[in-house]
Write a protein that binds this ligand. Structure first.
Ligand code: C2O
Ligand code: CU
Ligand code: CU
Length: 504
């Protein structure tokens, strides 16, 4: 089908429409003028049946990103359906209130299909959240951030050359809810902004243009315990952010612009050196550009106030885990021709011993950057990693230039030259980030993002910067079977930066 996105020719897109995805009655709302699928509204405890019919001319399957569903219902690539086939999903909504995503998951085709339009939001609500009386209805605004490239006839351009294989696809035009130059009119009161990064590869550093801090109330897996005020927030593909935005002090006619603020370090040093950051895009990753505008058009006298406590969260500790001394590895291997997880490209039924996880267990996992494909004989820079605060000072002392401290040698140098940011996503239940340590990163680069992580709540996707080592605790409960873990840079995922866990 076609949608008028830019003036002139309509753009051909692939769409999830109510005809393709049929949820329970009254649960679907279309975003006006958008190619995105309808927003699906579900309640915790609800039993859902969804008929998903493949009307494309190639295989596809839908995955419910963030939702805790049985393996058979999770949209594993092995269930990809041929054109004309229908998959009937049935599951009970076990998630707490949160914003989730539905998008395709066929191996090697996810990036292209999402790019051409296949994605939509799932808003789960529950009683705990409803009791807070947060802004709802017209005062709760879903905002899906995407970047696209158009040709002279307004058709979407998607390529996967060497450049995209390394860095992922980046467009030169920002779309919000499928619309360019997005602006929203608001009243002078508090709003709830439900932001999702639906881009294939682009990472945003969200901040208001006038320096107003962001009041974060939730992340991927729902509300935080208490609001957190941040100067800016990093949002990588697959991540969601729940923001309390209070316009009550603002006069009619005033406006605020949400921007992506400058940052560095997300691209491999090699790419920055050899090709320059400007290549292929007039909207370089990490540059400063507007995302959407909020205009105050009406005065109202009443506005809800921000609750000081949002939710009760229980924090896992190491003592809860089955493996406090031996984290399961999530090793990122980076090379000019391929990006891998745990040194192996995706292959179904290629389980390594550590990828078999006992049902009902709670596991400690550790994401870290290895040194290229072979990774032989190389220590990981900085050993166990330095504490984040002391660490930065240490790095200054050691005069970290562009390479990680240890290893020296060609291979170590190559590792750091290729190191880049990866949003790592795990299917199944949400997890908690327990620590981030940094070593071997470039000091100025890391300083440009370090205040932008919200790790106090539940997550299912975590942005891992060069030099970063992230520990997380994740429960593997309720359902046996195969669940994917992968980089949510969709070009990396399609190239094989994806593996599976078997819960048994
Ligand atoms: Cu959002 Cu396996 O994906
Ligand atoms: Cu997912
Ligand atoms: Cu990646």
């Amino acid at each position: 089908s076609s949608v008028a996105i830019l003036p002139g020719q309509p753009t051909r897109v692939q769409q999830y429409v109510a005809r393709l995805v049929k949820g329970p009655e009254g649960t679907l709302t279309n975003l006006p003028g958008s190619y995105l699928g309808p927003v699906m509204r579900l309640s915790k405890g609800q039993k859902v049946r969804i008929h998903f019919r493949n009307e494309l001319s190639e295989p596809t399957i839908a995955h419910w990103h963030g939702m805790h569903v049985p393996a058979l219902m999770d949209g594993h690539p092995m269930y990809a359906m041929d054109p004309g086939e229908t998959f009937v999903y049935e599951f009970e909504v076990l998630n707490r209130a949160s914003l989730n995503i539905y998008h395709p998951h066929p191996h090697e085709m996810t990036g292209r299909q999402v790019y051409h339009g296949l994605a939509g939001g799932i808003l789960v609500n529950d009683e705990e959240e409803a009791a807070l009386g947060l802004p709802a209805g017209e005062y709760e605004i879903p905002l899906v951030l995407q970047d696209r490239r158009f040709d002279a006839d307004n058709q979407l351009v998607y390529v996967r050359h060497m450049h995209e294989r390394m860095m992922g696809f980046h467009g030169d035009r920002i779309l919000v809810n499928g619309r360019p130059d997005f602006a929203v009119e608001v009243a002078s009161r508090a709003y709830r902004l439900r932001i999702m990064n639906g881009s294939n590869a682009r990472i945003y550093k969200l901040g208001w243009d006038d320096g107003t801090p962001l009041t974060v109330i939730g992340t991927d897996g729902g509300l935080l315990e208490a609001p957190e005020v941040k100067p800016y927030v990093m949002l990588a593909p697959g991540e969601r952010l729940d923001v309390w935005a209070d316009f009550s002090g603002r006069g009619v006619g005033s406006q605020m612009v949400m921007r992506s603020l400058p940052f560095s370090g997300a691209l491999p040093m090699m790419a920055r050196r050899m090709m320059g950051e400007m290549m292929h895009s007039s909207l370089p990753l990490g540059s400063d550009y507007p995302l959407f505008t909020v205009r105050v058009t009406r005065r109202v006298s009443e506005s809800p106030s921000l609750p000081r406590r949002l939710a009760k969260l229980s924090r896992y500790t190491l003592a809860d885990t089955a493996n406090p001394d031996k984290p399961l590895p999530l090793e990122i291997s980076e090379g000019p021709m391929s990006m891998l997880l745990n040194r192996r490209p995706y292959a179904h039924d290629d389980l390594q011993p550590f990828e078999r996880i006992p049902l009902g267990s709670i596991q400690l996992l550790e994401i870290f950057h290895g040194h290229g494909r072979s990774g032989e004989g190389m220590e990981h820079g900085g050993g166990p990693g330095m504490g984040m605060h002391g660490g930065m000072g240490m790095m200054g002392h050691r005069g970290m230039g562009m390479m990680g401290g240890h290893g020296g040698g060609m291979e170590g140098g190559m590792g750091m030259m290729m190191s880049m940011a990866h949003p790592i996503h795990l299917h199944g239940q949400s997890f908690q980030v327990v620590s981030r340590t940094v070593s071997g990163a470039v000091l100025e680069d890391y300083a440009s993002v370090r205040e932008g992580f919200v790790d106090s709540g539940w997550k299912d996707t975590v942005l891992t910067m060069p030099g970063e080592r992230i520990r997380l605790i994740k429960p593997f409960q309720d359902f046996k079977g195969l669940f994917m873990y992968h980089c949510h840079n969709l070009e990396h995922e399609d190239m094989g930066m994806m593996r599976e866990f078997s819960i048994e």
